[in-house]
Design a binder for this molecule. Sequence first.
Ligand code: ASP
Length: 331
Amino acid sequence: MTIPTNSMSTNHSPIRLIIHGGAGTIDRQRLTTEREQAFRQVLSESLNAGHAVLKTGGNSIDAVIAAIVVMEDSPLFNAGKGAVFSHEGRNELDASIMDGATRMAGAVAGVTTIRNPIRAAHAVMTQSAHVLLIGRGAEDFAAGHGVEIVDPAYFYTQHRWDQLQKAIAKEQVVRDHDMESAPSPPNGDEKHGTVGAVALDCQGNLAAGTSTGGLTNKRYGRIGDSPIIGAGTYADNRSVAVSATGSGEVFIRAAAAFNTAAQVRLQHIPPAEAADRTLEEIAALGGDGGLIVLDAQGRYALRFNTSGMFRGTIGNDGVARTGIFPQDSDY
Ligand code: ASP
């Protein structure tokens, strides 16, 4: 029997990276052209960083990390440098990552000194016997495994501090996306947040990761869906890689990421339909948000039931495509 050559080669294998920078009630009127360009610029840099890994034969895990680190290092997104403040005036970060080939996973939650929580999540996955480490223990583990530690002051940004004061004054615990409430926010850009990435490498392996600062004015060690495997993040080569953003408590209750993957694997429905069904369930439970979903054949979906989601994708052609509002594109 003759085996077609391209089935033996990785040259024609689809590679794909999809990212999000949070979904929410993003108001086009309030988003200035300059701010929109700034967001698109960082999204493109993130896509290009991940694509550089994939196009040279790198694996999907490394691509997810490369893409997320760019967004964590930007003050524009609610993750890493741009994380929102908790009630006590701290930046408490959460992140998770999952490998679709092995279904190994790692996560950290409530950390205050780790510059790039996605790297700490990766260290937990690859260098510990655990899946989820929290707080001081997670920080000690990360420091002991070569992950960069910073002074908590690194995460201070005036914009986020002002948001906290506003939320405290209104006695609200606010999802970053929903900071648009009157009187008007300065730049119309307060409704974005959590970042995430899913990738498919030339070996056909999937990976997913998510990173966030959580909710402005959160208390009592509140943790959302982002570091919870099966809620904010899931990857399984047999189905899809998923990263979520939205009402964290509802995404946990709906096991949103696993729910989406399970529909693809068990009911054989396409990624886009699975994402829509999960979002319908989220809506029925009173939540909203978005999902990015990618399968091992390269089929993908970027879905949200909010007015916008910062997002982007890049494939074999190496062209970074970004979007914010529904009408921006069909991806
Ligand atoms: N899902 C995140 C959380 O609940 C928030 C977000 O996506 O903006 O922590």
